[in-house]
Design a protein around this ligand. Structure first.
Ligand SMILES: [Zn+2]
Length: 346
């Protein structure tokens, strides 16, 4: 007797279901059939008055119909929610048929730009570019440069050592000076080279230190090369790189591979024309630019340059450092973070 009743209800529901166009209508239909005062709830009430033998079959039929209606409504609800979200997205975002935003034109990294410029200044002065491997031997990185084992100067170069027995060297070079050693061992004077490249030191990374950075070193060897040649060369470099008004000064310093050795400062690029306290040069008016000196006789001895008439000078600068000085950058880590907003300024 109730079978027809159930199919009538289902048929009526299906007709109303097909007409649904919104989430509100779905909700209304759900209430009408499954809600407290819904059709199926009312039907469930009549269960009590049925004879015992019919109760079970009747209850089962209600539950089947309930599940069918519930599943259909849920499916409709999900579909309508997706549709609504999509139309909302299309309204909010730009027209997907429009051409995409222009790509940022790829440019050279500031470190590469400065490296290239430094090389250009020195090649214009007659230097040639020499390169060497980043994995070096202890002898090329320290020994030939007058830094024997157990020499305290090695502490200045916290070194990454390599234990692979198949490696061509046993450490990552701590400076590009091994390139100078390689050139002197393979060529006779006169020598006039610069050695640009990456160097490695076991350092904690902070605003002014990195475990990988870039250097350009220079070496000149010939008869009669003097400290005046070194001063003149670096003076020309500083004026070319930092500006015509820049002055240099040399302060005595110690590096094992030169004698005498010097730290070279340039006049502060930030406070040149002000009398107020300058945090860059700490009010001194000078900024440290690089280290330099006359090639130590022990280095000449190590590479087999035995002619006593030979003299030479060498210098080495950190590319990150001079890039920071020139552009007023206070944190070295900016160079390695690949932040496009930072990089596109150069
Ligand atoms: Zn200053």
């Amino acid at each position: 007797m109730f079978t027809n009743n159930f199919s009538d209800i289902e048929e009526k529901f299906n007709i109303q279901f097909i007409a649904i166009e919104s989430l509100e209508q779905t909700e209304e239909l759900s209430k009408a059939y499954l809600g407290k005062k819904g059709v199926l709830t009312a039907l469930m009430e009549t269960l009590k008055s049925l004879p015992q033998d019919e109760k079970q079959a009747f209850g089962k039929s209600i539950n089947i119909l309930k599940s069918k209606i519930n599943a259909k409504l849920l499916q409709k609800k999900t579909a309508l929610e997706e549709k609504e979200l999509l139309s909302k997205l299309l309204q909010e975002s730009s027209d997907p048929t429009l051409p995409s935003a222009p790509l940022i034109a790829p440019g050279s990294h500031p470190i590469n730009q400065v490296l290239t410029e430094v090389c250009e200044i020195f090649t214009a002065l007659g230097f040639s570019i020499a390169e060497g491997p980043e994995i070096e031997t202890d002898e090329n990185n320290f020994g030939a440069l007058n830094i024997p084992e157990h020499h305290p100067a090695r502490d200045m170069h916290d070194t990454f050592y390599i234990t692979n027995p198949n490696s061509t060297g046993n450490l990552l070079r701590t400076h590009t000076s091994p390139v100078q050693v390689r050139v002197m061992r393979s060529q006779n004077p006169p020598i006039r080279i610069i050695a640009p490249g990456k160097v490695y030191r076991h350092e904690a990374v902070d605003a002014t230190h990195s475990s990988v950075f870039h250097q350009v070193e220079g070496l000149v060897v010939d008869e009669g090369i003097s400290f005046a040649d070194l001063k003149g060369t670096l003076d020309i470099f500083a004026r070319n790189f930092f500006g015509e008004k820049i002055k240099t000064r040399f302060r005595p310093s110690y590096f094992p591979f030169v004698e005498p050795g010097a730290e070279v400062d340039i006049t502060c690029t930030v406070c040149a024309n002000t009398k107020t306290y300058c945090p860059v040069c700490k009010g001194t008016g000078w900024i440290e630019m690089l280290g330099a000196g006359m090639v130590h006789p022990n280095v000449f001895k190590a590479v087999g340059y035995l002619d006593p008439k030979l003299t030479g000078f060498a210098f080495g600068m950190g590319i990150e450092r001079i890039c920071m000085i020139r552009y007023g950058i206070s944190d070295m880590r900016l160079f390695y973070e690949n932040n496009v907003d930072f990089l596109k300024q150069f």
